[in-house]
Design a protein around this ligand. Sequence first.
Ligand SMILES: *C/C=C(C)/C=C/C=C(C)/C=C/C1=C(C)CCCC1(C)C
Length: 237
Amino acid sequence: MYLVTNLNPGDYVGFTFFIGSMAMLAATVFFFLERNSVDGKWRTSLLVSGLITFIAAVHYYYMRDVWAISQVSPTEYRYIDWILTVPLMCVEFYLILKAFGAKIGLLWKMIGYSVWMLVFGYFGETLFSEQSVLMGILSTLGYLGILYEVWLGSAKKLAVNSNDPILQQAFSALGWFILVGWAIYPIGYMAGTDGGWLSNTFLNGSMDVIYNIGDAINKIGFGLVIYSLAVRSSAKA
Ligand SMILES: *C/C=C(C)/C=C/C=C(C)/C=C/C1=C(C)CCCC1(C)C
């Protein structure tokens, strides 16, 4: 049975779940259809962008209903979405870096860091919510690992040594998404977990709104940046 429940006035979490599900769906159609208008070497990147928003769209449909019916944060669906989409974002990175000579080991390292980050985040929101601060710190170590690879480590070195300015721009744009866009998530976590460092501020109760904004920026925005670089690089070729 499919239940339809109206949203309450002022239910911003509900609003953003609804907008999020539509935006992810529209972005998916866009990325899939635009694949044909770019150069061959960018097609896989656009395919992965579309898969990321597709996976998110499906989860948003579920999360939106869970929220509308029960007003409970759909933590499990959220983390199932992330455990699939964050590694795919690492794949996006790898696809760009492959042109610079990246080895598959770098992809596995980044996926390892992101799984670590998400597992401890999930623990902090659920099974070990009394230790949410400790879990958040452990999770952040994984995030720092990713940041290190991208800004200082082997990924950065590969990009610096390349001579393709458009690929370098793509790499640097994705680096900024990870530094600034991904930093939105720990803010949501600190606002929403028991004893979280922002749980006594005006942000209290807005964890899902913050996560939803983060997802729109990082999944759709990230895909659009890749799209625009792909279009520019195809026009030059
Ligand atoms: C599409 C979904 C994305 C890009 C999700 C990214 C999620 C994070 C970067 C989450 C990070 C967290 C921390 C760094 C500490 C607190 C716990 C998390 C999991 C919210």
